[in-house]
Write a protein that binds this ligand. Structure first.
Ligand code: FES
Length: 389
């Protein structure tokens, strides 16, 4: 598809898969809760508009559709009567957590003829970074989760701090907000986090694609600007911070005093990047911040913030103290609260875009192209896509 001209795209019809994905893109792993929140009792989860539950059995987490096929009662109201199974609270239909097979209908005796004739849909589940991840697809074999996670998080030891928060608003607005170039410079100008991270008033950028990611590469930066007929404006004025000497982006980490070697080794082309199915990566010299925008349904999402510091052992201790004492509140809290507010009040298209929105257009194009490739793969396997894209 041709890249839409700027400015003035009026709706999302240039990106039909993106437009159709109000409740999220299928064919991906999504984090749904902390591992510590999943025990021997079922935990109900809504993901891409689907109701399921997760439950731990002898250490392993399983996922299953949260609707009893008998009379439609949530299975998450039930409990474990036998190891490796879940029994519905209403009449005791009992399903194998691994296969979904109906193993017993307790109230019909041990040889109920309905057994073996009913199978409840199950979900593939993994645990990474202290969180439970669920695959939502169309019945195809899921790809390994490690193929989808940010590459540097797989195989490099890191300490992580996470935050999971249910939020109002469509997941696409959340993702677009995260990657939105202009808002970082204006909306967040009053955030306390900016005491540490001054931002230019504006800069010229270009978007670069590498692998599964598109990167925003900052070029010239302007710390102050004269607006004709209005006056001078400085994004650093309120706390009188001096612009840092370092220019460019983290792709040019050589000018920063101490860049973590794991981060330096990635040679990221840009400071901010995004990938499917809605993952933002912001690279700092000594840590990386990720945001996963997990679609609950068309009107709600889960904000999952993850901060990774690539150190191990005792060296990781200062990070934990810093995270718990300040970063969690300043960054995952107050700063991110400003984003939360904007996602709640962003209106659906029509929209009128301006130059810095190229980042949004490139993200939508990435989503569109990646989805087209996935649908082609499914067609080749004879799998019929269901529901949303
Ligand atoms: Fe679940 Fe009857 S509704 S067993």
């Amino acid at each position: 598809r041709a890249k839409p001209a700027l400015p003035g795209r009026q709706d999302w019809s240039s990106w039909p898969h993106y437009q159709a994905a109000a409740a999220g893109f299928r064919g991906y792993w999504y984090p749904v809760c902390f591992s510590s929140q999943v025990g021997e009792k079922p935990r109900a989860v809504t993901l891409l508009g689907e109701r399921l539950f997760v439950i731990r059995d002898r250490g392993k987490v399983f996922g299953m559709k949260d609707r009893c096929p008998h009379r439609g009662v949530p299975l998450s109201y039930g409990d474990k009567q036998f190891p490796g199974t879940i029994s519905c609270v209403y009449h005791g239909w009992t399903f194998d957590l691994e296969t979904g097979d109906l193993k017993a209908a307790i109230t019909d005796g041990p040889r109920s003829p309905i057994c073996g004739k009913v199978t409840q849909p199950t979900y593939d589940v993994e645990e990474r970074f202290g969180m439970v991840w669920v695959y939502i697809g169309d019945g195809e074999r899921p790809h390994p989760i490690d193929e989808q996670l940010p590459e540097e998080l797989v195989g490099n030891p890191a300490v992580v701090g996470q935050r999971i928060q249910p939020r109002t608003g469509n997941w696409r607005f959340a993702c677009e907000n995260g990657y939105d170039e202009g808002h970082a410079k204006y909306l967040h100008r009053t955030s306390l986090w900016r005491l540490f991270k001054p931002m230019p008033v504006w800069n010229s950028t270009k978007i670069v694609k590498r692998g599964r990611w598109i990167y925003r590469v900052q070029q010239e930066q302007y710390w102050e600007a004269d607006f004709p007929g209005l006056g001078r404006w400085s994004g650093t004025a309120w706390y009188k911070a001096r612009p840092p000497k370092r220019v460019g982006n983290i792709g040019n980490t050589s000018s920063h005093r101490k860049v973590n070697p794991t981060i330096a080794a990635q040679e990221f082309p840009g400071f901010a990047s995004v990938s499917m199915p809605g993952v933002l990566r912001i690279v700092y010299p000594t840590f990386i911040h990720y945001e996963f925008y997990v679609p609950t349904d068309a009107d709600n999402h889960l904000y999952v913030g993850l901060l990774a510091d690539f150190r191990k052992g005792m060296k990781a201790l200062p990070f934990y103290l810093k995270y718990l004492g300040a970063v969690r509140w300043l960054f995952h809290g107050q700063f991110s609260g400003q984003d939360k507010w904007m996602v709640e009040v962003t209106d659906a298209p029509p929209e009128k875009l301006y130059r810095p929105d190229d980042s949004l257009l490139q993200w939508r194009k990435l989503a569109e192209d990646t989805t087209e490739e996935r649908l082609e793969r499914l067609r080749a396997q004879g799998v019929e896509p269901t529901g949303t894209r």
